[in-house]
Structure formats: C-alpha cells, structure tokens
Design a binder for this molecule. Structure first.
Ligand code: SIN
Ligand code: CO
Length: 375
C-alpha cells in the first residue's frame, strides 16, 4: 500500500486511532490524482438507467432532489447556478474506480460498499448532513471546502427531500485540492461546497443496522429451519369459555419455540450469503455466445480469469460465497479460490478439471471473465 494514502500512518495505526472514531485529513493522499472521468462522461452516466444517480440543487432554503436516470435538460443547467450530480457504484462502471476502491483493502471487503463520484458547479453540494457509514472523500478535479462538526444534535430539517441538518455548527474546515482526502467516521456532520467546478470521489462502507441484519437473519432461519414434533395437549383442562386462548397453550408454544436455535456456524453461513447478495438493481451480463468449456479452460490456463466488477466473493475458513450463493468447493480448489477472492484475478488457472468447471459456470453467469488483465 502507498505510504501517502493514510498520510504516513500504517493501516494498523489508522484502524486503532481513527477508524469509526475521529476524522482525519490527509493532504496528498494520492499525489497526482485528478479524477478518473471527464465531466461529460460523468454526466452521461447519470442518464444511464442501469446506474444509480441523483441531482441536487439549492435555491435559497429550498432543496431540489431528482433521482436518475436524469434527463439531458437537467444536466444542461447553467454552470452559474449551484447544482451537483452524484453517481453511485462507479466501481462497477469503470475499472479504474474498482482499482481505486481496492486501494482500501486494508479494510475487509465485507465492509466495502462502493465508490461514488460527484460533480458540482461552483457553490454546489448536498448540504450539511451526516452519513451512517464511514467514508473517504477524495478530491478529484477542482477544489471543495469541507466543514465538519462532531456535534451531537443531528436533528434534520423537516420536509426537505434530502437529509439536511437543522443546526449545523462547523468546528473545522479545510479546502481540499486534487488528491487530498478526508476520512469521516459515521455520524460526523459535514458539508462540502465546491469552490469552482469540482469532482469528489467517495469510498463508502457498509454498516448494516441491527434491524436490517435481524430481519435478514430471520429470513435465513426460516429457510433453513427443521423442527421436529407436533403440538400435543393430553392434559387439556375443561374451560368455561371456548373462545379463550388457553394459558397452558401459550406456555406450551413458548416452550416449543425454544427449539429454534442457531449456532455461530449459522451466523457465518447467513453472513456470507447476505453480504455477497447483489443489490436489487444489479444484473450480470452473461456472455451472448459463451465459448465451450474446452475453449474457456484453454484461455483460463493460459491467461487466467478475473472477477466481474459487480461480483462479490467472500470466504470464511473453508467456505466461499459468490453473489449470494454458497460455493460447492471442489477438492484442491481452495487455494486458487482464496487468491481469486482476495486478488480478484487469477493470473493462471491450474489444470484442475473441477475448478475449471466451477469457473466456467461463473463465466456463463457473467460473474467472471477469461483473461486476468481484461480486454
Ligand atoms: C459530495 O460528494 O458532494 C457528497 C459526499 C458526501 O457528503 O458524503
Ligand atoms: Co456525506
């Protein structure tokens, strides 16, 4: 990892002193960085219906929010007005953005979310707010003034189309130039205002809520539940009102439900599937005319394979999950799959029929591509 990325701090020190704890400004985090995308290419993505985008403008106290795909008319708004366009999931559109996100792999992939890019005209921004996740805000082209606050009052303006803090009291501010970066822990209030046209790249993380995890886990349990026995009441007592739910019945059902149990291993299986589940708007592009398994095997052995940028592949011990499914691991394949999961490429695939068949299945699903280096 580049020493500059965390301003000379080792990842260990960063995690100990800053991660989820306090903000960190890093001047020259990526020296020479000047964005990954020209303005027109960025705005063109906002018109694409497969890309998640937003348009935000402010008119006095009134905020306007439009969700993509955005009409061309909106994107032609004069530069003299303050507006901004945000593109989510840039790492799935642009290999350089995926490579940028992987620079942060000192944090587990299980915590990574995506790279968002924003384009703003002079004065543009999304207003003072807080996010519930950690973020690295990397300045692309131009400059942006960030003001931040560790304030406890996180009440929001009522009725606004986006989350705007009611009483933002900035404590610190910096003007970020290309390649500078600001790390913010969750719930740190911030407001970034473009000074001249600018682009900002946000490397964002996943922080699921207990509610979200809990409901997904209950779904997992339901799908995997296997309980024995039937309700029985050989001791049924005579009761005066037949409409009365018998207290003994409630007690007995409560007792029966204690049979619903789970182990650490259930949590592990649930989490692997849950964290690799593609987001609802993600669709893979299987090859129109897949090559034969024989041809694929030849290519893979010669020039390797690479995961599609949308693919999520995680592992725990000897288990692997890809895009929400657990992997039926062929014998002897674990070490190759471990490399594929962490490097996201395999430069040369060993001559192992079972492994090649597994990879071929993923190739046919659009989860991976032949050629470690891309086209
Ligand atoms: C932006 O890039 O304009 C907004 C990023 C953020 O505040 O999280
Ligand atoms: Co934010």
């Amino acid at each position: 990892m580049d020493k500059t990325l965390l301003g000379g701090l080792s990842p260990r020190t960063f995690l100990r002193d800053y991660w989820q704890k306090k903000p960190l400004l890093i001047r020259g985090a990526i020296p020479g960085f000047n964005g990954l995308l020209e303005r027109d290419a960025l705005l063109a993505l906002a018109r694409d219906e497969s890309v998640e985008s937003r348009f935000v403008a402010q008119d006095g106290q009134r905020w306007q929010l439009e969700r993509g795909p955005l009409p061309a008319s909106l994107l032609k708004r004069p530069k003299s007005k303050a507006w901004t366009v945000l593109i989510q999931g840039l790492n799935m559109q642009l290999p350089q953005a995926d490579a940028l996100m992987r620079r942060f792999s000192f944090i587990p992939y299980a915590r990574l979310d995506d790279v968002m890019v924003s384009y703003a005209t002079d004065g543009g921004g999304v207003g003072p707010h807080f996010d519930s996740y950690d973020v690295f805000l990397l300045q692309g082209t131009g400059t942006r003034r960030w003001r931040i606050s560790t304030q406890k009052d996180l009440s929001l303006v009522e009725g606004a189309p986006l989350r705007i803090l009611r009483n933002f009291v900035p404590e610190q501010e910096w003007l970020l130039e290309p390649g500078d970066m600001l790390y913010l822990p969750p719930h740190c209030a911030h407001d970034g205002i473009a000074e001249g046209e600018c682009t900002t790249y946000s490397i964002g993380f996943r922080t699921p809520s207990v509610q979200e995890l809990g409901t997904a886990f209950v779904d997992y349990l339901r799908d995997n539940l296997c309980l024995e026995g039937m309700y029985a009441d050989p001791d049924l007592a005579l009761q005066a009102d037949p409409a009365q739910l018998p207290a003994a019945m409630i007690e007995r059902v409560e007792q029966m439900l204690t049979a619903i149990r789970w182990s650490r291993s259930d949590v592990e299986q649930f989490l692997g599937g849950y964290l690799t589940e593609p987001k609802p708007h993600i669709f893979f592009d299987p090859p129109d005319e897949p090559v034969s398994v024989k041809r694929f095997a030849q290519q893979a052995k010669r020039s390797g394979v690479r995961l599609d940028a949308r693919t999520l592949l995680l592992r725990s011990g000897r288990y692997f999950w890809i895009n929400g499914e657990d992997v039926d691991l062929p014998s002897d394949a674990a070490s190759s799959l471990r490399t594929l999961a962490s490097e996201r490429t395999l430069t040369a695939v060993p001559d192992d029929e079972e492994l090649l068949e597994l990879l071929y299945g993923w190739y046919c699903d659009g989860f991976l591509h032949a050629g470690a280096k891309g086209d």
